[in-house]
Design a protein around this ligand. Structure first.
Ligand code: GLN
Length: 305
């Protein structure tokens, strides 16, 4: 397996020359554009990794999957889906447009910023600190890594430059999709995006979803089977933003990307895959990361359809 991964990495390294490292959050532009790594954790808990798999980066939108799982565990599902929809938006991840033009004004799905701000607002806790702690602990549990924490430089950078998210959050409050203190919801959202992980963490989280919510190491249930199915389904239909259809055709694996350059993929009953490559295409997906997943999907016959 390591040999295959090395071939995948070497073949697709050329794509790190294309695209741009994200800079709309100023702190993200410090990433090294030629870093590239891929890690697999399989159902027998074997771990295979090549390239920059220990390089830390912020999870960004990949966090939307985990926070969705939490929202579904903390609330009645009918309540969650009265606040956020189930349909791909076909628009960029940070688009505000459909919050005005949709009949219901409800965010299309939890994998775009507007929908994710809603799911973040649904996390339960006795105080802000308690919500933050619960969230971090869930990420740590899924990644099996107690050292996971927040990158405060990225967090501050996001908070400072996050006016588009701020605008959406106030609109969502105005239309009744989030309750309470908007700045507090945004703060939690910026923090979840600024959680620092590596490709190995992403592969482990992906494996928890691939095993339908069972921790393969100790047999414990980390989320219900139905929640794990919903998260993977949203990854399949909406996880790669407005490139989700093309990704489904070419790669055929549930996956979620983030503008930090990470992609988490989950192959049901088989493996979790974590990818890192910070140079992004115009839609915000890692160019070399997508190419590696496409190549790997063909070599290992991972397409779920
Ligand atoms: N923190 C980023 C934002 O809110 C996450 C976006 C992303 O990864 N696509 O803009």
């Amino acid at each position: 397996m390591e040999k295959i991964l090395k071939e995948v990495l070497d073949t697709n390294r050329k794509y790190t020359n294309y695209g741009q490292v994200a800079s709309y959050i100023p702190e993200l532009k410090n990433a090294r554009r030629d870093d590239l790594g891929i890690c697999i954790v399989d159902k027998d808990n074997n771990i295979y990794k090549v390239g920059n798999c220990n390089t830390k980066f912020t999870i960004q939108s990949v966090s939307k999957t985990i926070v969705l799982a939490m929202a579904l565990m903390d609330n009645e599902w009918t309540h969650v889906f009265s606040k956020v929809g189930m349909e791909p938006s076909g628009d960029p991840f940070n688009s505000i447009m459909k919050l005005e033009t949709n009949d219901t004004k409800k965010p299309c799905n939890p994998m775009i910023n507007a929908g994710a701000i809603v799911t973040t607002s649904l996390i339960k806790g006795s105080s802000f600190a308690d919500k933050e702690e619960r969230m971090l602990n869930f990420f740590r549990r899924l990644a099996k890594n107690d050292n996971i924490g927040i990158n405060y430089d990225v967090y501050k950078s996001e908070k400072m430059s996050g006016d588009r998210n701020r605008a959406m959050a106030y609109l969502l409050k105005n239309d009744g999709f989030i309750q309470g203190n908007v700045e507090e919801v945004l703060d939690l959202y910026f923090k979840q995006c600024s959680i620092e992980i590596d490709a190995v963490d992403l592969a482990r989280i992906g494996m928890n979803l691939a095993s339908y919510g069972i921790d393969i190491e100790n047999g414990e249930r980390v989320m219900s089977e139905r929640v794990s199915r919903m998260v993977k389904t949203f990854m399949m239909t909406c996880g790669m933003y407005d490139a989700s259809g093309e990704f489904a055709i070419k790669v055929g694996i549930p996956a979620k990307s983030g503008v930090g350059g990470g992609i988490m993929a989950s192959v049901p009953n088989r493996m979790g895959i974590g990818v890192y490559g910070p140079a992004l295409d115009k839609k915000g997906n890692s160019i070399a990361g997508v190419k590696m997943l496409e190549d790997l999907s063909h070599r290992l016959n991972l397409n779920i359809f």
